[in-house]
Design a protein around this ligand. Structure first.
Ligand code: GTR
Length: 390
């Protein structure tokens, strides 16, 4: 009996969830830098939310020098109502912009279901994988962006490729939107935007387009990204409150995973491997996660009171599934402040058992680091539930 009790005691002690929750000293979500407790939606909106957003701009993702540029222009190059056996209208839109350093274009592909009431809500994927995953001709199909299934469920399927905004390499911030909008005369500041922020900026430009298209319900659009794209979706959703649902698929380090867990990929490693993703100030926190003025639960909290969904994969230790789940747990107080529930639980669910009752959704998919049809179906189930479509 004694032995059993001791074994149980040991098991509890070793349980990563309990260890993590007990050990972590996270920055207080609902306390201002001046030490005041945030107890109302007003003080969240007016004081704490802007403060937290600024901390992320300053120390992590960097600051975009421009929002929607005056030069922004949409060129709907092609509209074809005969796609997917007549079930969808495909629109190909070039989003043009220009700045002091030149001009750029985002190629947006949109499939709008024909047989549902307009305007239609939907999902825009920030694609960070090969372009064959988002083939606008639909000759090549991929679970990474299952456009046919999305349309079949009555949603808009939209996507663009992140490299339209900025190449995923450390080019000294010469190419892409950095080269177009950054000032050539002043030295690059340590809080200047990195590549993740550049991609997020691009996702916001697609929202500019959605707002202009009467077939699309821009008040119910989700921004979705996988891995580095998931980090991007979260940052986009934090900066751009027009997205009603923000979806992080296996985003991991500097995405949904708590940095202070120091599990899987760590700050020093990501800054070394991908020095262009974040702002220079972030490098101060290499091996010093505990000194970060924020942690990723605060990023998720920036979505409140909007919908947010985080997904992990069981064989994706590099992205720290438990750290992603716990960030959602610790983001809940921002929702509760609004009279809403977060996930409604602090217990990690078993694989393939999505949590979708509250305003924060979560699932742990069985399998590897990837974005799959299973994940998409969970996102659409969550949207169905919260957008009253089923
Ligand atoms: C990895 C990186 C992760 C993640 C991933 C991906 O190499 O360490 O942070 O973003 O790439 O984007 O697939």
């Amino acid at each position: 009996m004694k032995r059993v009790t001791f074994a149980l005691f040991l098991a509890i002690l070793m349980s990563p969830a309990l260890l993590a929750q007990d050990d972590l000293q996270l920055p207080e979500l609902l306390q201002t830098l001046g030490g005041k407790t945030v107890a109302s939606v007003e003080s969240w909106r007016e004081k704490r939310r802007p403060e937290v957003l600024e901390l992320f701009r300053n120390f992590m993702y960097g600051r975009a020098p421009v929002g929607r540029p005056d030069s922004l222009r949409f060129d709907v190059k092609d509209t074809n109502a005969e796609f997917m056996s007549g079930d969808a209208t495909r629109k190909l839109i070039d989003i043009h912009f220009a700045g002091p350093g030149g001009k750029g274009v985002v190629h947006l592909a949109v499939f709008i279901p024909n047989k549902v009431k307009k305007p239609v809500p939907g999902f825009v994927l920030i694609c960070n994988r090969g372009r064959e995953n988002i083939d606008p001709t639909r000759k090549t199909k991929s679970g990474f962006w299952p456009a046919e299934q999305i349309v079949r469920r009555g949603y808009v399927a939209a996507t663009f490729h992140n490299s339209d905004l900025d190449p995923d390499e450390h080019d000294g911030f010469k190419n892409g939107v950095h080269g177009i909008f950054d000032s050539k005369d002043t030295k690059r500041s340590p809080d200047a935007w990195g590549t993740i922020a550049a991609w997020a900026w691009g996702a916001s430009r697609t929202m500019d387009y959605f707002e202009s298209d009467p077939d699309i319900d821009s008040s119910k659009m989700a921004v979705v990204g996988h891995s580095r794209g998931g980090k991007t979706a979260l940052w986009c959703g934090a900066e751009d409150e027009r997205f009603a649902l923000v979806i992080s698929n296996n985003s991991g380090c500097t995405g949904a995973a708590l940095a202070r867990r120091k599990s899987g990929e760590r700050v020093a490693r990501i800054n070394k491997g991908f020095p262009h993703w974040f702002c220079d100030n972030y490098k101060q926190f290499n091996d010093r996660e505990d000194e970060l003025p924020v942690d990723q639960h605060m990023l998720i909290a920036l979505m409140a009171p909007r919908l947010v969904y985080v997904a992990s994969a069981s064989e994706d230790a590099w992205a720290d599934p438990l750290g992603e789940f716990l960030a959602c747990v610790h983001a809940a107080p921002a929702y509760e402040l609004h009279g809403l529930s977060g996930m409604g639980t602090a217990t990690m669910p078993p694989p393939d058992r999505p949590i979708r009752a509250g305003h924060i959704g979560y699932h742990l998919r069985t399998g590897k680091h990837n974005l799959t049809e299973y994940d998409w179906n969970c996102y659409m189930d969550f949207a169905d539930k919260h957008w009253g479509r089923r």
